[in-house]
Every structure is written in structure tokens, then in C-alpha cells.
Design a protein around this ligand. Sequence first.
Ligand SMILES: C[S@@+](CC[C@H](N)C(=O)[O-])C[C@H]1O[C@@H](n2cnc3c(N)ncnc32)[C@H](O)[C@@H]1O
Length: 350
Amino acid sequence: MQICDYPNWLINNTYCGNRAVNRLSFQGLLYCDPKTRMPLDSWFFRDYDTLKKAADEIKTTFPEGAEVWDFACSNGEETISIKSLLEDPKYKVIGYDSSTSALKLAKKGIYTVFSNWYDSFLLPNEDPQGEEKVLKDKFYRIMEETFPQREDRYINNKATYFDIKKFFVNFQEKFFRISPQKLEQIDIRKGNINCIENYRNQDKVGAVFFRNALYQMVGNDLNETIEQRKYFNSRSVNNKKEIIEKFVDRIHRKLENGGIFVIGDHIKDHLFLADYNLSDDEVVLFKDTPFFDIGDKKHVCASNLKLFKESPLKTSLEKNNRFIPVGFSKTWLTYGGNKITVPTVWKKIR
Ligand SMILES: C[S@@+](CC[C@H](N)C(=O)[O-])C[C@H]1O[C@@H](n2cnc3c(N)ncnc32)[C@H](O)[C@@H]1O
């Protein structure tokens, strides 16, 4: 068994993005679905490098228009962001989420933007420059400020919101809704990506997004050693390879040739806890977990994790050369540590 800080395929990739977010980093974005206990966190233009690359690829490959399915859209910030990058009505963007709570928030249609968070450049009194200015203009073409009653101010990332609110005296928050004349362009429905073949019709689509959610499907919390998983009530499933393979097969069947598959930038979509039955040469021992706190020099949850040496997602996507990576993002491997590059935009080539 190889022992290392992180697998080679992650180190060797070259980073293509160029956007740095200089804001606070918090551990928890913890509005959870009360049934599944899974987080619904999202914000506008999350991992913009990936969104932009995906939108550019879609426009180049499908100049006549295409349908774009945004699975795991939570209550819709992501779907709205994608639509604002694919403004032309020839691109139909549909958001799907499997959580009833997320759908309840989407129905309310009230979106919160607050200070010191990744999307706070969208606040009316902010004066962003360059790329952020362009995004802000696009955002205000779809969204407008609204003034909801206190009881209607739902948010999908409560824990972070309250942490920031406590910390900053000049904390600001604003509420937005989709402008009535744009409402028909934003379509959010209940849907599970595992049933992708059952939705709408047999037609193929130009792009499928499933960002920061695969880890939920396979319980890849990245905070349990194999030993701990034997004793505790673990969410981690032990046939990830098989589940992910079927998941990729379904997406491959649903995509047009040249279609785009987009995965999240969270490290939990890229490093996977090993299944029990893997041989030693398929496993790597990972010294510092993604939850190693460099500041406090302590392992928050676990160390010496057994991980897949090669991501089963990457292996499935690359099977028979059916997908190639065309877009990358940078993500934190450990809190406060260096960022590493992960492939987030994949193109179906056969
Ligand atoms: C952490 S949020 C990510 C939201 C958004 N994609 C983003 O990156 O900002 C994960 C979302 O995935 C949804 N989800 C998890 N498994 C799903 C599945 N099999 N099909 C559709 N949605 C799913 C959850 O309900 C939750 O809203």
C-alpha cells in the first residue's frame, strides 16, 4: 500500500482557473434536509470558473440551443446562475433536486445574499470590478430586490449566515426574487438523478450538472477511518465503484455527443473513501484528512484514511475514452492548506 499526502493524479493536473476568493472560509453550511440530514448549501455563481467553462462549451458545441439539466440544484441559486450565463432562450435550463425541503425553499422563491460570503459582490452597494461586475449585471437582469416578511426569509445555509452575522458589525443582507417577466425561464422541479432516464422524454440533453452532491449519494464524508466505519453507524456505502459506474453510464446515455457533464469542486466529489473489498494496490493511505486543521495542527475528525488510489468517478468517466476533462477548478485539500486542481467539466466524445 502506498502512503502519501494525496494521490498523484491530483498533484499532476495543471490549474486552468484564475479566480481567487479572498473571503472567509467556514466549516459549516449546514441547512440540512430534516429527513436525510444532508446539507442543501448553495450560493450564486459558486465555483464560477467551472460554470463559465461549462457555459462556453455548451454555447460552442450547441450553437442552435440545447437543454441543460441542473441536478442537485438545491433551491435554485445554481440554476439561476447557469441561466444568467446562458441567457438566450434557446438554452432551456431545468433545475432538479431530490429534497422536499429544497423544493419548499425554491417555491418560496426568496434568495438571500449577505456580507462576507462568496456572492456578496451582488449586494446593491458593492462596486465589483472586472468579471464580478459582468456577473452582477447579468444577475440583475434576472433578479430583483424584494422585501419579504421575517417568516418568509428562508435560507439554505443558516449556520454560516449566523456565524457571519455575529462576527461583523456592518453585516448586511438583502433578499431577491426572480423578476416576474423572467419567471417562466427558471424551472425547478423535484427529481433524482438516479432516475434521469425517466424525465420528460427519451430525448438527449446538452448538459447535466451534478455539483457537490455525489458525495451524498455514496456517503463519502471523508471523516472516517476504515476502523471507525466498522464500529459507527456509517453513511459510507461499500460499493461506491459500482454505484458510480452505473451513475456515469446513465449520464452518458442521456447526453448528446459533445455533451457536457459537470461535477462539483468540493474535495468530497474527487477523493473517495475506499470500499472494504479493495486490494492493497487500489488503496492509498491518506495521512492528513481534508479535515486536518493546519492552524490548530489537529485532525478534526480522522487521520490515516484509506482512499481509492484513483477516483472511481474519474475511472468511470474515462472508460472507453467516452469522456475527456475540459475544465478544472481549484479546491482546498485541508482547511487553510494549499489548493489542488480537480477536473470539474467533462465532455462526452464517444
Ligand atoms: C450541498 S447541495 C449542493 C447544491 C449545488 N449543486 C451547489 O453546488 O451549490 C447538495 C444538493 O444535492 C441534492 N441531492 C443529493 N442527492 C441527489 C440526487 N440523487 N438527485 C438530485 N439531487 C440530489 C441535495 O438535496 C442537495 O440539495
